[in-house]
Design a protein around this ligand. Structure first.
Ligand SMILES: [Cu+2]
Length: 468
């Protein structure tokens, strides 16, 4: 073969044994191989001549794999980069995702390209003799082995109960749940509109052996969780609620002190009749107390709330006392979805044990990463919107519980903790100072809740990235 036409790969690793072993594998597979001892050296080489593929170690002196990836993206966005690491921690996945387009993290390997996986595919297809890259083959074998492990080849049987009807249910046009809901000011009243309707919601893009997981949900305004109503203590608010679901429903304002007839208890029909499909109901009240609350259906709650009918309701105090640099609300929910068929059952009713767990409507690694500067004060408001308790554990620094169920905790009574158990219906506001740099994670410590259909790492994990 004309050596000019041979595909080229740059192997970057500070361990010479590793890089030489890799180089041999690639040479045998028909690549022309260059080697570099770290990210800095790799950049110097790349400035001189282009390569079809860069395969790099993660942990190296002077410049690590992620910084190299960032630099390559800026320099030559078309070059696919394959990051190989024996240290496949969640934090690394999160950071890699922050670096841009990243293919699904796999066991020990993160495939990252500056553009799309298609670019990577082209480069791989150029390799002579093989349908795919040698490294890829080894890695796929590994993946197959792990994918069989969780159920021992057995799939979870579908629950006996009827699934959430999915015929004709469109995919959501919104990407994020819990978005701030705009209002119109009418004669001094903040007027909001909420519409309950079914949508398919992407709780997890392709992950390991799983396809995109689109749960069939019952949403408010096409978002999961429903949009955030954020008002100030003392505000008069009106919520015009429309039911576009196939079943009757209502809204209960969880923890909010409202007049009895606004309490939304429609099953049993104590404070109002259920809002039938196609009907509208108007809720109106003055918001008395500041704090973290939420709203949810109060009809057939065991089916409707786990189908998605809940959203955050945050009330800011009239005269704010403590200022925080970042104020983040986290709604915790559980799902039962058949990954193959997409059929969705409300998690919890007989035999419907959850197999997906979401934080603001997304399962890790699709959850958001909070970015803060060292020394900043962070408040996280947890809302237990589902049917399971979630002991949320923070790495890196302790926190204080500053409010429970919306009520402020007096300074002298604030517990210092690193884990807070958020039971169904509860809210906890925690605060901490991000005192150490790094990517720290917070996750549920019921470890099944950090899986996606039994595959780790998933579910209730999010990261807090602290930079200087
Ligand atoms: Cu949990």
């Amino acid at each position: 073969m004309n050596p000019e036409r041979m595909p080229t790969v740059l192997v970057v690793d500070d361990n010479r044994d590793h890089s030489q072993a890799l180089a041999k594998i690639f040479e045998r597979a028909g690549y022309r191989v260059g080697t570099a001892g770290d990210g800095q050296e790799a950049l110097t080489i790349l400035a001189d001549r282009p390569f079809d593929l860069v395969i790099t170690d993660l942990r190296m002196p002077r410049m690590n794999g992620l910084d190299l990836l960032r630099n390559i993206r800026a320099m030559s966005p078309h070059v696919p980069v394959l990051i190989v690491t024996a240290f496949g921690e969640w934090t690394t996945y999160v950071e890699a995702m922050n670096c841009g387009c990243v293919d699904r993290p796999r066991f020990g390997v993160i495939v990252a390209t500056a553009l799309m996986l298609g670019v990577s595919g082209q480069a791989i297809a150029q390799a002579p003799g093989h349908g795919s890259m040698p490294g890829m083959q080894m890695e796929e074998k590994k993946e197959a082995a792990t994918s069989e492990a969780p159920h021992g080849g057995m799939e979870m049987p579908d629950p006996m109960e009827r699934p959430i009807p999915d015929e004709g249910v469109p995919r959501a046009t919104e990407i994020k749940g819990g978005q701030l809901l705009p209002f119109k000011l009418v004669d001094g009243v903040k007027v909001f509109e909420l519409t309950a309707k079914p949508v398919k919601w992407l709780i997890l893009p392709k992950f390991k052996t799983l396809p995109d997981i689109w749960a069939t949900t019952w949403s408010y305004n096409g978002q999961v969780p429903g949009p955030m109503i954020r008002v100030t203590q003392g505000d008069r608010i009106r919520v015009i609620f429309k039911n576009e679901l196939p079943d009757p429903t209502s809204i209960h304002w969880h923890g909010v002190r409202v007049p009895n007839r606004m309490d939304g208890v429609a099953e049993p029909a104590i404070t109002q009749q259920p809002v039938k499909p196609g009907e509208t109901f108007t809720y109106e009240f003055t918001v008395k107390d500041p704090g973290t609350f939420f709203y949810h259906s109060h009809v057939e709650t065991d089916r409707q709330i786990p189908a998605g009918l809940s959203g955050p309701f945050i009330v800011d105090p009239k005269r704010p006392k403590a200022k925080v640099d970042l104020d983040y609300t986290v709604m915790l929910q559980e799902w039962r979805v058949n990954p193959k068929t997409g059929k969705t059952w409300p998690a919890m009713p007989a035999m419907s044990e959850p197999n997906f767990f979401t934080l603001n409507g997304k399962a890790f690694p699709a959850t958001e990463t909070l970015e803060v500067k060292k020394g900043q004060r962070v408040r996280i408001r947890f809302i237990g919107a589902g049917q399971f308790a979630h002991p949320m554990h923070l790495h890196g620094f302790p926190f204080k519980i500053v409010a429970t169920d919306g009520f402020p905790v007096p300074k002298a009574a604030r517990l210092t903790k690193d884990t807070v158990n958020v039971a169904p219906g509860e809210r906890y506001d925690i605060e901490f100072v991000a005192e150490e740099e790094g990517t720290w994670i917070m996750h549920c410590h019921i470890l099944h809740h950090v899986t996606n259909d039994d595959l780790e790492p998933g579910g209730l994990i999010f990261a807090i990235k602290v930079t200087a």
